[in-house]
Design a binder for this molecule. Structure first.
Ligand SMILES: CC(C)(COP(=O)(O)OP(=O)(O)OC[C@H]1O[C@@H](n2cnc3c(N)ncnc32)[C@H](O)[C@@H]1OP(=O)(O)O)[C@@H](O)C(=O)NCCC(=O)NCCS
Length: 245
């Protein structure tokens, strides 16, 4: 009788253990697998054309992570991504943005012919090799994967002003079809924020008389004059790789 009761108790205990494993163990394993996957640094799949956004609105995700960018994307403050239409993406220049029409876009500003094979990439690499100096940003239209606006701030290191930094804004362009939609303003505001973040004590730029009202709307004021002398016979452009120094 006692033996039968003991067998019964053991069977009940085994059954309870079995149920516990089924009810608790399996869901735990199911929930744990994706977490373990992430902790190993694996990136989640993002469909082409889409971009993950953090709570702050800054674009994230594998697509951006896989691109070779001119500088660390978090240099662009997260609030700069706000109020941008959902079809538009603000980010640092990428090594292959020539394929997205970067040079065509610049031709609204000045002469910007296509570059010989490898020259775009070579120039990109030279700029990238000077950290905390060149910050070129672009706005890409996601539906067309075209660069529709761009601008640069480069940071000059000076001996004056206690080794102060001056930001120079250059090459601001918005594609003709996108002008008048505040993209120029957005580019300037973002470059200003980058300059502030780098520690620039002032930001300067040159512009045509026609564009003075635009820059005034961006908060700039007129000061001094620009002088220029174009070289009649410039030598071949030199780069660190061609220099003998
Ligand atoms: C100049 C340029 C960058 C402006 O970009 P944009 O996206 O068209 O301008 P925005 O929509 O951001 O304009 C912001 C404000 O400036 C005003 N503005 C823009 N361009 C202006 C101009 N040429 N004259 C007067 N006001 C102008 C806009 O009306 C707007 O004013 P609002 O806020 O009162 O509405 C763009 O037109 C462009 O790429 N032009 C050709 C290249 C060029 O000249 N680049 C500048 C080199 S210095």
């Amino acid at each position: 009788m006692n033996t039968a009761r003991g067998t019964c108790t053991i069977a009940l205990a085994l059954f309870t253990l079995f149920l516990t494993v089924i009810l608790v163990g399996i869901p735990t394993i199911i929930l744990a697998v994706p977490v373990l996957g992430n902790s190993s640094g694996r990136l989640e799949f993002t469909p082409p054309g889409s971009v993950n956004r953090s709570c702050s609105g800054a674009p994230q995700g594998p697509r951006l992570a896989k691109m070779q960018l001119l500088f660390e994307p978090t240099t662009i403050p997260s609030h700069c991504h706000a109020q941008l239409e959902s079809d538009l993406l603000l980010r640092p220049l990428a090594a292959d943005d020539d394929a997205r029409g970067h040079l065509e876009l610049l031709s609204v500003l000045t002469v910007a012919p296509n570059l010989a094979d490898g020259k775009y990439r070579e120039t990109f690499d030279l700029l990238r090799a000077c950290p905390t100096t060149y910050f070129t940003i672009v706005i890409v239209q996601k539906s067309t994967d075209k660069v529709v606006a761009c601008g640069t701030i480069f940071v000059e290191r000076k001996f004056v002003r206690s080794a102060g930094l001056v930001g120079h804004i250059e090459d601001i362009a918005v594609s003709k079809t996108m002008q008048g939609r505040k993209l120029g303003l957005k580019i300037i505001n973002t470059l200003e924020e980058i300059g502030r973040g780098q520690g620039c004590y002032k930001i300067i730029l040159d512009c045509s008389k026609d564009n003075i009202p635009f820059y005034e709307k961006c908060g700039f004021k007129h000061k001094e004059f620009q002088m220029v002398r174009y070289m009649a016979d410039p030598g071949p452009s030199r780069s660190p790789t061609s220099s003998r120094l």
